[in-house]
Structure formats: C-alpha cells, structure tokens
Design a protein around this ligand. Structure first.
Ligand SMILES: [Zn+2]
Ligand SMILES: [Zn+2]
Length: 327
C-alpha cells in the first residue's frame, strides 16, 4: 500500500490557510528554526553518544572550528547544552535529554535512507535486554506502534495570539540541498533540512497539490517549483499526474519521506514542550487508543521505552564509547 493510499483514508481535508498557521507558526517550524540545521543535529547525536568536549566533536564530525563554536554557543543559549566552566565540558540539560526520541528517530532514518557512515554508530544496543535494536515510534498511552495511517491529525484552534518573531538562527553557510561538495563532509541530514521537513509535513497533513502546498508553506510559486523539483530529485517526494485531473500534479510521500514521521512528531512534541512561547498547533489522535498521541520510542526487541543511559552505540563492530550514553 502506498503512503498516498494511507492518507486517502483521512477525514475531510484541512483548509490550507489553517494548515499554514499550524505548520509555519507552530512548534515544528520554530524548533527547526533553531535546531534544524544539519551540523546541529550531528552535534546533538554526538552528545548522546557521549561526546562532551570541543575536540571530541571536531574529530567525530570533521566540522570547521568556527562553525562548531558557533553551534555550541547557540545550543547553550537555547538551554539544550550546559557548559561546565570548571572542566570546559558540555552536558545535555534536561531539555536536551528530552530530544532523545527525536535523535533516535533521525539516527534510524539516516541508517535506512541517508547512506552515511560518518559520525554515527551503526548499531545501538539496549542494555536491559542486551540486544541490538532499532527504535520504534510508539504511543505513550498504549503499546501499539504508531503509523501515519493510525493518526488522526487535528489542528488546535488558534489562540488568537500572534506568533513571536523569531530571532535569527544560525546560518547554514553555503549549505543547500544538493550541494554535495559541502554536504559530503557531514554525517547527517544530506537530504533533510528545515524546509524539506516542513514540506514533507505538509504532504503528511494532506497537501498533495501545488496550490495547497503553496498556501500552506507560504512561498512564491517560483520558489515552490524549484524546491519541489529538488525534493523529487532527492527521493523525498513522488510526483504523478492527478487521477481526477490530469492537468494537475499529485505529490505523495516516498518510503524515505514516509519514514520521517517519527522524527517530525517527536521533534514537534519536544518543541511544543520545551521552547518558550511555543504551543502545540497540531494534535494527533491515536486511533488505537483514542487519546492524544504523545510520541515516544521503544526497543524493537523488548518493546521497553528507550532511555539514554541504557543504550550503547557501536560502530564497525567496535565499542564507540566505553560507557553507555550518558549526559
Ligand atoms: Zn495509543
Ligand atoms: Zn530492549
């Protein structure tokens, strides 16, 4: 069954103007504004793998010094990392630790679709059960695994408040989708940046045509055309003639973009919970239990909830760190 077929089972389509407010002014967009940059995701993954020092990230990621110092400063300002002045080491704060589910989801995506072998453990081992595992997206209220077609995506009515103006985020110097000379050195997110994730989320919310995508994402038609073409090239969208109107093009998820659901919902939930001035705008209801869906991750072997201290990363059959992931 294709993802498009799954989405066809959804209730009445949501109005693109309402979707624009929910998506572009909501936690996902605001969170990605601060943390969606590729190096930032790689630095966070490094922190969960046990990296605590500047030199550690330098050797792990091959990141330029100035960029690393800039990103670490931003992560500290955001309250995701804390710097201990006595030792000069960096530690994940409680808000940073709460990003674990989202980081596991992007690790799983990179392993399956990213084709990268840099800066990433190839295997994660769950200490309580002793097995290598893949993280599974699950519901906090019931044991059923979460799938897109089992989530009813509802919008939270607008509070009437105007969204805060976002201060400038860290810039991606020269990094654009498809800029292989730049991205080849990165360990994560070759094809996935903030804009790609917002576009994939819009398709998940039911926007399948150019016109609804344009209203939802709020960009000019020239910009949207260029970006959609890049997403199709990158294997993140599938485009076809619309079955009901051959003049229209129908955009659908591919297996690679469908698999971004876990990262998108975990990150949206984190931003709504941990960023100031951020309120949830999309309230998914889990069809299996009928409650508001709160995402979490579980071990594919024993199905227990995954906690940072109980997971060890392995790379190329060698222990990456000599202790389990720890803050
Ligand atoms: Zn449930
Ligand atoms: Zn387990």
């Amino acid at each position: 069954m294709t993802s498009a077929a799954l989405l066809d089972t959804a209730a009445a389509p949501l109005a693109p103007q309402d979707l624009h407010r929910a998506l572009m002014h909501g936690p996902l967009s605001q969170g990605l504004h601060y943390l969606g940059e590729r190096w930032t995701v790689a630095i966070l993954l490094g922190a969960f793998m046990g990296t605590k020092r500047f030199e550690g990230w330098l050797s792990l990621l091959g990141i330029p010094r100035a960029t690393l110092s800039d990103r670490l400063r931003s992560l500290c300002q955001l309250g995701v990392l804390e710097r201990r002045d006595s030792s000069g080491s960096y530690h994940l704060s409680p808000a940073g630790l709460a990003l674990y589910d989202a980081v596991l989801m992007i690790w799983d995506w990179e392993r399956r679709f990213g084709g990268r072998d840099l800066a990433m453990p190839t295997t994660l081992v769950h200490q309580p059960c002793g097995h290598a595992f893949t993280p599974e997206l699950t519901c906090r209220h019931c044991p059923a695994p979460a799938h897109l077609h089992r989530l009813r995506l509802e919008l939270v009515p607008s509070s009437g408040l105007t969204p805060p103006r976002l201060p400038p985020a860290t810039r991606q110097r020269g990094a654009r989708m498809g800029d292989s000379a730049h991205t080849a050195r990165m360990g994560l997110g070759l094809r996935v940046d903030r804009w790609a994730l917002l576009c994939v989320a819009a398709v998940m919310l039911g926007c399948h045509h150019f016109s609804s995508l344009q209203v939802t994402l709020g960009v000019s038609s020239a910009v949207l055309a260029r970006r959609l073409a890049a997403l199709v090239d990158a294997g993140l969208l599938h485009v076809d003639a619309d079955r009901s109107d051959a003049r229209k093009r129908h955009y659908a998820l591919t297996p690679a973009s469908h698999a971004l659901l876990g990262y998108i919902v975990c990150f949206d939930h984190w931003a709504a919970t941990h960023l100031t001035h951020c309120q949830p705008t999309i309230a998914p209801v889990h069809a299996d239990c009928g409650t508001l869906f709160v995402p979490t991750t579980a071990c594919s072997h024993c199905h227990s909830r995954l906690l940072p201290r109980e997971v060890t990363g392995l790379r190329s059959n060698a222990l990456l760190q000599d202790s389990p992931l720890s803050p």
